[in-house]
Ligand binder design. Structure first.
Ligand code: COA
Length: 172
C-alpha cells in the first residue's frame, strides 16, 4: 500500500530505522503533534518506539526532501477494504517546512494514489476547529465538512471540537 510517490518538492516512501534523528526532531516540536492530537515526543526512546510501530504497521508514508531527509508523515487509519473502500488520513510536517506548499504537494500525491489508482471511494480526515491551516488545506482539495463533534482529548485533559471532513472519488 505504501508505494513510493514522487513529487517536485518531496518524495513519499516507507519510513526506515535510519530516519530516527529527523523523525525525532520533527515529532518533538511543540507546534506539530498537539495540532494533530498527539503529544510532542520527550526523548529519543519514545521516537524510536513510535518509528518502529510505523515501520512495522506499513500504513504511513515518510515525507522526505529530495536529499532523503524525513520532514513529515502521512498515515492511513481505520481502513475499510470491503465494499465501502474508505480510510482516514492524518498528516503533519516538520515546523521548519511549514507554509511552503509541501503538504499541498504530498496530499495531492497520496489522494491521487488512493482515489485514482487504488480506487478508494471515500477518504476522511479530522481536525480541531482551531486548526485553520489544516482546514484550508482540506478544503482546497475539495473535502467537505460532514460532521462536528465535541470529543474528550486525553492530551489536553478537556473536550475539544473536532471537525470531520470527507472527499469522494471523482471529486479530486
Ligand atoms: C497542517 C500542515 C500539515 C500544513 O502543512 P504545510 O506544508 O505548511 O501546508 P501548505 O503550505 O501546503 O498549505 C497550507 C495552507 O494553509 C494556509 N494557511 C497558512 N496559515 C494559515 C492560517 N493561519 N489560517 C488559515 N490558513 C492558513 C496557507 O495559505 C496554505 O493555503 P494556500 O496554499 O491556499 O495558500 C502543517 O501546518 C502541520 O504539520 N501542522 C501540525 C500538524 C497538523 O495540524 N496536522 C493536521 C491534523 S488534521
Amino acid at each position: 500500500m505504501i508505494q513510493t510517490l514522487k513529487g517536485e518538492k518531496v518524495i513519499l516512501r516507507q519510513p526506515r530505522y535510519d530516519d530516527i534523528l529527523s523523525y525525532h526532531y520533527y515529532a518533538s516540536h511543540s507546534m506539530v503533534g498537539p495540532n494533530a492530537g498527539w503529544l510532542p515526543h520527550e526523548n529519543l526512546d519514545e521516537s524510536k518506539a513510535a518509528l518502529k510501530f510505523l515501520i512495522i504497521e506499513k500504513l504511513t508514508w515518510a515525507i522526505t526532501t529530495k536529499d532523503d531527509v524525513l520532514i513529515g508523515t502521512i498515515g492511513l487509519y481505520d481502513l475499510k477494504l470491503d465494499k465501502e473502500k474508505s480510510c482516514y488520513i492524518g498528516f503533519s510536517l516538520n515546523y521548519d517546512f511549514w507554509n511552503q506548499g509541501i503538504m499541498t504537494e504530498a496530499l495531492k500525491l497520496v489522494l491521487d494514489y488512493l482515489l485514482n489508482q487504488l480506487k478508494f471511494n471515500k477518504i476522511y480526515a479530522s481536525c480541531y476547529e482551531d486548526n485553520f491551516r489544516s482546514q484550508s488545506l482540506l478544503k482546497k482539495f475539495g473535502f467537505s465538512k460532514i460532521n462536528e463533534r465535541l470529543e474528550y482529548q486525553l492530551i489536553f485533559e478537556k473536550e475539544k471540537m473536532v471537525y470531520d471532513y470527507m472527499i469522494e472519488r471523482g471529486l479530486l
